[in-house]
Design a protein around this ligand. Structure first.
Ligand SMILES: C[S@@+](CC[C@H](N)C(=O)[O-])C[C@H]1O[C@@H](n2cnc3c(N)ncnc32)[C@H](O)[C@@H]1O
Length: 225
């Protein structure tokens, strides 16, 4: 069978399709929108999920009926707000964030959105925090330092329950994922190598059934056997 190429859309069409997707399907609440508006005013980096990525996260967490999950990399709590919205009333999300300023803003946002009972934010390097965490989880969502994704994968493989969901943001790494790391700017080289290793290990792991959903910068999703 021939390898039928996808249509390559020019940038303007891609932008129009993204707006169509966002405007037609994504039910972002005004309070969620406000998280990113406030974060920009507080000079936080504009690196949270896009609304359609948040919606996809919400959709998957709901679909998998997640009750207890872990988020690695929280910033101001935008993605956490999508996960918390999808959890049942007695659900729980443990968020790991290295920056205490980000964590404090996220904490306030979770209170403002009525998710304080569901969301716990733990401050510290996620590698250290994870080392002290036991038990099995329904979902692990990774959206922190790219060079640590392989480390977070090892942890997730040991702590996801059977049927549990692994999710990871920036699986396309703004397109760099298909580049030879040698040809990538030096400051992006290690993260490109780490993301390529992460995706490859997920794809080849016999315990996982996986895909990258091409929404935004690519949301990797995998189910644990
Ligand atoms: C891309 S932002 C997260 C965005 C968030 N998931 C959202 O969509 O709203 C990455 C966050 O990970 C945090 N981070 C980076 N390295 C970390 C580490 N080693 N442990 C915990 N958090 C880390 C950063 O401080 C930053 O707040």
């Amino acid at each position: 069978m021939t390898d039928r190429p996808y249509l390559i859309f020019p940038e303007t069409v891609q932008r129009d399709l993204t707006h169509y997707l966002r405007n037609t399907f994504v039910d972002e609440s005004p309070e969620q929108k406000q998280i990113n508006i406030d974060a920009a005013r507080q000079s936080l980096p504009e690196i949270s999920l896009r609304p359609e990525e948040g919606w996809l996260l919400y959709f998957l967490v709901k679909l998998a009926r997640v009750k207890i999950g872990v988020e690695i990399g929280t910033l101001a709590g935008y993605s956490a707000s999508w996960i918390a919205r999808a959890l049942p009333d007695d659900g729980k999300l443990i968020c790991l964030e290295v920056d205490s300023h980000h964590a404090s803003i996220a904490n306030n946002n979770m209170k403002r959105l009525g998710f304080a009972d569901k969301v716990e934010i733990m401050v510290g390097d996620a590698r250290d925090t994870l080392d002290g965490m036991d038990g099995h989880f329904d979902m692990v969502f990774i959206d922190a330092d790219k060079t640590s994704y392989p480390y977070y994968l090892d942890w997730a493989l040991n702590h996801l329950r059977s049927g549990g969901l692994l999710l990871a943001h920036n699986a396309f790494q703004n397109g760099l994922i298909v580049e030879n790391p040698e040809n990538v700017e030096e400051q992006q080289r290690d993260s490109t190598r780490a993301m390529q290793e992460f995706n490859k290990r997920v794809a080849e792991d016999e315990r996982l059934t996986s895909i990258i959903m091409p929404v935004g910068d690519g949301l990797l999703a995998a189910i644990m056997d």
